[in-house]
Design a protein around this ligand. Structure first.
Ligand code: IMP
Length: 429
């Protein structure tokens, strides 16, 4: 039995799909535990058909997998039904998808407020995906959220939506100068959508616990990344949930001691979408090279990603706060053809050296990377299937990353194709 958490160890978009491709086939359960349709992942069927998913777990194409949208996720019902419809239209059986009764629903007023609040912030904006994620989690914590199970009791649903709109409409009209929403129209629309997903509602934490008892393999797939975690990330430039390993337990109901393996996905360089500090960001031709060669554009918003060199301080921090057992390095091939590859090994903050993440955000905003230059390689590495197939300098680069991050590397992505991966340690063996 393996209960594996896959975590973005940087600012998201590390290429987690590569890891789900590698392990997903041998899982019986794939679980989303936080975030919502701010995430984006592409899954590919053996016949080459591609599906861009935001909410549905990536195990949906494998008939042996039961897919769970866990209690920690925020669900936009329209997006969920849209994804299910597209999958079904293209011949995918989605009967293997269940939804936690405790997950929260993103309501139309959450999306409206996310968009206007960002506009209102002007140059101080977070650069959110505009999907209502933050406002939905705000209501969850304020204990005024609408949960999936509320659709099973229309009078409770009505009470909650009316109470929420009492406040939200005032915000929309008086602060943001927008139109308010009609509570009855919102209630009717959710109840109508619920007809199409009610049968999927389940006590998913009980089902997962029973599955672990039976010795089945569970994959918990994190969205976003460690540095976007609301507690451990670069606050306030973060998402509103907990992508880190602790969040996997909270957001699925699987007890922390049942987790056996925590894999951190690290791109061989660094990217970030939206605002916020990014010490190794490259605003020059090297950044453009990484963006073009690595096709660094968001699956969800289409925004160009900010690009920079590998940051070992961030990697080490991720190892620590997630208790990583293994690393999966992705996109190593993007670095082929560089004569030297800089790696950030520490920060200079106003003349003081930091080898670990600074305690304050102010210091992190002032952090200047201290680089070590590693020799590059020019060979095409996409055909490599073992470490021995790699040029010596690529191996040296990986060895140094492993040493700096403080965690063993168990897999390396060397190309975009599903099989273009070097497996160093098979974590399901
Ligand atoms: P939100 O999650 O839409 O509230 O956005 C908060 C921050 O997280 C913004 O900087 C987004 O760009 C970032 N973000 C959210 N989801 C992702 C993701 O899947 N990949 C990378 N960044 C993300």
């Amino acid at each position: 039995m393996t209960v594996m958490v896959l975590i973005g160890a940087q600012w998201g978009d590390e290429g987690k799909g590569k890891a789900t491709d590698l392990y997903g086939e041998r899982m019986q359960w794939v679980v989303r535990y936080q975030g919502g349709n701010n995430a984006g992942h592409t899954v590919v069927r053996p016949d080459g058909q591609k599906f861009a998913l935001h909410l549905v777990p990536s195990g949906i194409l494998s008939p042996q997998v039961t897919n769970v949208i866990g209690n920690g996720v925020v669900i936009d019902p329209g997006v969920l039904l849209g994804e299910i419809a597209e999958l079904e239209d293209r011949g995918v059986d989605t009967s293997n998808l269940m939804i936690s009764a405790d997950a929260h629903l993103i309501m139309p007023y959450h999306v409206a407020i996310d968009k206007v609040a960002e506009r209102y912030l002007g140059s101080s904006k977070i650069g959110t995906t505009g999907r209502g994620i933050g406002p939905c989690y705000q209501d969850k914590i304020a204990r005024m959220g609408v949960r999936v199970q509320d659709v099973l009791d229309p009078s409770i649903l009505a009470q909650k939506v009316e109470a929420a709109l009492d406040v939200k409409n005032q915000m929309l009209v008086k602060i943001y100068n927008r139109k308010g929403l009609d509570p009855q129209a919102v209630i009717d629309a959710v109840l109508d959508q619920a007809e199409a997903f009610k049968h999927r509602i389940a006590d998913t934490r009980l089902k997962l616990d029973q599955a672990v008892d039976r010795g089945e393999n569970v994959l918990l797939e994190g969205g976003q990344g460690t540095l976007l975690d609301v507690d451990h990330g670069t606050y306030p430039f973060v998402t509103s949930s907990s992508p880190t390993a602790g969040g996997a337990a909270t957001g699925s109901g699987i007890g922390p001691t049942r987790i056996t393996t925590v894999v951190g996905i690290l791109k061989a360089y660094t990217t970030r979408v939206g605002s916020g500090p990014f010490p190794t960001e490259l605003l020059d031709a090297s950044g453009e090279y990484l963006r073009e060669t690595g096709h660094e554009r968001g699956v969800t918003t289409g925004r160009a990603r900010r690009c920079g060199w590998f940051d070992a301080v961030v990697a080490r921090y991720s190892t620590r706060v997630n208790g990583l057992t293994d690393l999966f390095i992705t996109k190593l091939d993007v670095l082929s053809s560089l004569s030297t590859v800089p790696v950030c090994v520490g920060y200079d903050v106003d003349g003081v050296r930091f080898d670990e993440m600074p305690m304050t955000q102010t210091a992190f905003h002032h952090a200047k990377p201290i680089y070590e230059e590693l020799p590059g390689w020019s060979e095409d590495i996409t055909g490599a299937r073992t470490l021995a197939d790699l040029p010596a300098n690529a191996r040296r680069y990986l060895d140094r990353l492993e040493e700096l991050a403080g965690c063993r590397i168990s897999a390396v992505g060397v190309g975009p194709g599903q099989n273009e991966t070097i497996v160093v340690n098979d974590l399901l063996a």
